[in-house]
Design a protein around this ligand. Structure first.
Ligand code: 6R9
Length: 641
């Protein structure tokens, strides 16, 4: 086998990289081909064996109960378990209570270190507190917090009691938080007096207070006093201080974890789809637990000595699966950073890696490209020798960024380019540390996962040609439903009958490597954040000057994709001067920020008199995009004039 520095020639247009000897020797999975084949030949045997590595209160009666009529996969039916028990108590009982669970680095450099025992203690105290507030299994709790230990504690406490958490990214606007809560109907909202980013204060509580008005299901708001430990909460509207609730329950002792079965939800996470309304993706405890446990273990080759750093925010699925649940299930020391990668300077993350001797670094293509712009002097100014594995997620990573990431971290580390989705809950197409790599390819399916590239009718397309990415068999961390919207769940399985359709396109090369291309639906990934064009359009048309709007994604050298909006103005709203035009554009951008949040602001706004539409009145974004990018327009026979 060649060494890490010697690419194997002849592999399509990219070199093939092999893992360093040390990685190969220690990898949990040494022989991918064999393990994969076995997992596909006997999926129940495979997943069943993995599930026994975790603790169950009652054993399952079968591994999978699949209903092809409703596309419902019940994993480990008959069994009960609890993900917080497996992420906390299990380790403490085995004598790892003093192991560090969380290292937190705040926006302005504050540090907190929390052991597994301490984390369990906080979680149990919060459970007692939530119990005293009358919360019961199945109740929803919305969590609108910055990435802080309290966010993790809140998620785990909900999981322990069987409450369904719905974490809302703290960068979202009042309207975005409100619409998610209107759907989830939580009994409790957990937020903070403030968040911080680039040294600036973010008034989370103000946003939360405004968003909760009119949502009658909410009885209490729990306020983390992140900025001011003496901040006066408004008791008259049901606000309570998070720290006081924990303090009050200091001596209450353990809180028994609720037994959670195959149908019991762990969380709802809202994500963008092709309509204006985000979908509440529901995950259940047992299957999600097994899927995130194993993928974290095998993809990152977790060992007890690891310090694992994932740059996501728990407000997104990556944070749920690969900051909180997967790593803690594996008894990992997790480094969690609040704030921006380039504040106070572009060395922020590299400095953290050096300081905490990080071994596994899970980042994003946009962050890598941002670091590329700042230049090699930032990573090279730090001792990164502790690193042994890298990861990437959220969007395709271009080979140039892949090579840069590898080169600035010593030129020998394997990069796990993990393809997956909010819906899949866990990694689906991903390298393992011991498998060969092609820059820009997520390589091959994870064991137990059956992927294919097909056409619209579900027929496999030949290798080398692009097609639609489908999953052909159920997998443990699959989502259970779309909250209150079973039809939308069904659509995932009926668009290409009998298979789960991801919305992505890709091609598989002659060596079986998958090359992800991007979404083929009206979902855009801007800096790895998932946005629906329809959501942004409905925010645009709610501006008083806007009559109609269409949004497309354009290739962007930093963010992967950027947003361009085409806008038809209402009669009489047309600006007369350049100055008026520029101030109107600013105002529209600001309006979208207020409606959805900063991540959804269009990068470009073009005022137009015409939008391409079908005869039935649907905007043909495809045509707009082709014109914008100078590409062939494809079939325009349905175009109106
Ligand atoms: C985990 C996450 C899912 C969409 C997915 C795809 C894109 C994610 C990728 C990737 C290429 C990768 N995506 N990882 N594309 N290579 N390694 O991002 O979930 O926010 O639901 O987005 O992200 O387009 O369909 P989510």
């Amino acid at each position: 086998m060649s060494t890490s520095h010697e690419p194997t020639p002849g592999m399509e247009k990219h070199p093939l990289f092999h893992p360093p000897e040390e990685t190969l020797r220690n990898a949990h999975v040494q022989d991918y081909v064999k393990v994969y084949q076995e997992s596909i030949d006997d999926p129940a045997g495979f997943w069943g064996r993995i599930a026994t590595e975790l603790e169950w209160f009652t054993p399952w009666t079968s591994v999978l109960d699949w209903d092809p009529q409703t596309y419902t996969g019940r994993w480990f039916p008959g069994g009960t378990t609890n993900i917080s028990h497996n992420a906390l108590d299990r380790h403490v009982a085995k004598g790892y209570g003093n192991k560090v669970a969380l290292i937190w680095s705040g926006d302005s450099g504050e540090e907190r270190v929390i052991t597994y025992s301490q984390l369990l203690d906080s979680v149990e105290r919060l459970c007692h507190g939530l119990h005293s507030l009358g919360l019961e299994k199945g109740d929803r709790v919305s969590i609108f917090l910055p990435p802080t230990p309290e966010q993790v504690i809140s998620m785990l406490a909900c999981a322990r009691m069987g409450l369904i958490h719905s974490v809302v990214f703290s960068g979202f606007s009042e309207a975005a938080l409100k619409s998610r809560m209107e759907d989830a109907q939580p009994k409790l909202l957990i937020t903070a007096d403030a968040g911080f980013r680039r040294g600036k204060e973010i008034p989370l509580l103000q946003t939360a207070r405004a968003a909760r008005t009119g949502i009658l299901s909410i009885r209490n708001t729990l306020v983390v006093r992140r900025k001011d430990p003496r901040f006066p909460v408004d008791a008259s509207s049901g606000e309570k201080a998070f720290d006081e609730l924990l303090e009050k329950n200091r001596k209450k002792g353990s809180f028994p974890p609720a037994p959670m079965g195959a149908d019991d939800p762990l969380f709802i996470l809202y994500t963008s789809g092709t309509t204006g309304k985000p979908k509440g993706i529901v995950h259940v405890q047992p299957g999600y637990m097994v899927g995130t446990y194993l993928t974290t273990r095998w993809v990152f080759d977790i060992r007890d000595s690891d310090v694992y750093f994932c740059v996501a925010d728990p407000g997104w699925i990556t944070g749920h699966s690969y900051i909180v649940y997967g790593p803690l299930l594996n008894r990992t020391t997790v480094l969690m950073a609040e704030g921006a990668p380039d504040w106070p300077d572009p060395g922020r993350w590299w400095k953290l890696i050096e300081k905490y001797r990080v071994t596994v670094f899970y980042s994003t293509p946009t962050a890598v490209r941002l670091q590329m712009r700042h230049g090699e002097k930032w990573p090279s100014g730090h001792d990164l020798s502790s690193l042994r594995l890298l990861g990437s997620v959220g969007e395709p990573i271009n080979p140039e960024a892949w090579m840069w990431f590898r080169n600035v971290t010593g030129g020998r580390l394997p990069i796990m380019d993990t393809w997956w989705q909010t819906e899949t809950g866990m990694h689906m197409i991903t390298p393992l540390p011991a498998t060969p790599l092609v820059p820009g390819s997520a390589t091959k399916p994870f064991p137990g996962v059956e992927v294919d590239i097909v056409d619209k009718n579900g027929n496999p397309v030949p290798d080398g040609e692009s097609g639609l990415v489908v999953i052909k068999k159920p997998w443990p961390a699959m989502f259970r439903t779309v909250f209150k919207d079973p039809d939308r769940y069904r659509q995932y399985w009926t668009e290409i009958p009998g298979m789960y359709f991801s919305g992505d396109s890709a091609r598989r090369d002659s060596s079986g490597f998958y090359h992800l291309i991007g979404r083929i639906d009206d979902v855009i990934k801007v800096a790895g954040h998932r946005l629906g064009t329809a959501e942004v359009e409905s925010a645009l048309v709610s501006h008083p000057a806007v009559a109609e709007a269409a949004v497309i994604g354009k290739p962007d050298s930093l963010k992967g994709e950027s947003l361009k909006a085409f806008v038809i103005l209402r009669q009489g709203k047309k600006p007369e001067t350049e100055e008026e035009l520029s101030s109107l554009r600013k105002d529209i951008r600001h309006h979208v920020r207020e409606e959805l949040g900063a991540i959804a602001q269009p990068d470009e706004i073009e005022i137009t008199d015409w939008l391409p539409k079908t005869r039935s009145g649907k905007i043909m974004r495809r045509v707009l995009r082709a014109r914008e990018l100078g590409l062939p327009e494809g079939d325009t026979s349905t175009l109106e004039d």
